[in-house]
Design a protein around this ligand. Structure first.
Ligand code: C2E
Ligand code: MG
Ligand code: MG
Ligand code: MG
Length: 278
């Protein structure tokens, strides 16, 4: 019996493994064609000021419409795009599309809307990142202060490079947020070394609202306030989350409670409801 069990486990394991390798190889080769075949879209998730109730920005989140497999989440394909280097061109497309969209929405009446764009490690290591941002801001007409770059803590492996790159980005007037804050390594040394404008508190701290996690959220907010940098809560899913954050002077929030990430047309409708004319 034990032998049978061992055998079937073994088969299951190899089957599972070969499936995942084949799947990965397929995604990798399909990913090479996805850009030119226009299979990527951006969804936009509202970012709110919970004290004023105003819409302050949108975060651009990429989606891959695979012709056979349907929508594939960025969590599945961004790591592959990273490994293969495809992320550089994909990322450039994301910036171009998001900045152009932000500009359109500003012209349509939400004059102070900002756009947040995620940056992965490989993009951050590109030596021409600052030049690319400069070109895209220029060609789209978006002002640098309306662009928010979201980087993660895993990016600062090479402190010299990180500092140089961040200074270049800040030099343009672009803002830098630290995404998924609290889940990476050596967060505090980053904050002491690098010019970060905003912390985005990782959604796990709210979603598991244990007393300890609540204390962590409170501590991150206090720390951001003491450092005089902005703070935004991610993964806000309920009114009780909002009330909790308001009590802690956390002004900005993002999550399903306000809206899930929206396709362009729906995002436009959302903006119309929260239009802010200056
Ligand atoms: P992220 O930047 O931390 O984005 C937040 C993720 O949480 C998004 O998943 C969003 O849909 C999801 N989310 C938003 N509100 C809630 C909520 O209330 N509850 C829960 N449980 N989840 C919520 P998504 O869109 O699947 O993106 C996953 C990650 O993929 C992003 O995490 C980001 O790291 C990466 N990503 C997405 N788009 C891009 C891109 O254009 N370039 C790069 N380099 N990375 C991207
Ligand atoms: Mg993000
Ligand atoms: Mg995040
Ligand atoms: Mg994340």
């Amino acid at each position: 019996l034990a032998k049978d069990k061992g055998k079937s486990n073994f088969q299951f394991y190899t089957k599972g493994l070969s499936y995942s390798v084949a799947y990965k190889v397929k995604l990798e080769s399909d990913l090479r064609k996805a850009l030119e075949q226009e299979q990527f879209t951006l969804h936009y998730q509202p970012q709110m000021n919970i004290l004023t109730g105003q819409l302050v920005g949108m975060e651009a989140l990429i989606r891959w419409q695979h012709p056979e497999l349907g929508t594939i989440s960025p969590e599945q394909f961004i790591p592959i795009a990273e490994e293969t280097g495809l992320i550089v061109r994909i990322g450039e497309w994301v910036f171009q599309t998001a900045c152009r969209q932000a500009m359109e929405w500003q012209r349509a009446g939400h004059s102070d809307l900002s756009m947040a764009v995620n940056l992965s490690l490989r993009q951050f290591m590109q030596s021409n990142l600052v030049q690319m941002l400069t070109d895209i801001l220029q060609s789209t007409g978006l002002s640098a202060k309306h662009l928010q770059l979201e980087i993660s803590e895993s990016m600062a492996m090479d402190a010299n490079h990180t500092l140089r790159t961040l200074n270049g980005i800040k030099g343009l007037g672009v803002n830098v947020s630290m995404d998924d804050f609290g889940t990476g390594y050596s967060s505090l040394s980053y904050l002491s070394q690098f010019p970060i404008d905003k912390l985005k508190i990782d959604q796990s701290f709210l979603s598991n609202g244990s007393p300890r996690n609540k204390a962590i959220v409170k501590t991150i907010i206090d720390m951001a306030n003491n450092l005089e940098i902005a703070v935004m809560a991610e993964g806000v899913e309920s009114q009780s989350h909002v009330d909790f954050l308001k009590g802690l002077t956390c002004h900005e929030a993002q999550g399903y409670y306000f809206s899930e990430p929206l396709a362009t047309v729906e995002a436009e409708a959302f903006i119309q409801r929260y239009k802010k004319v200056m």
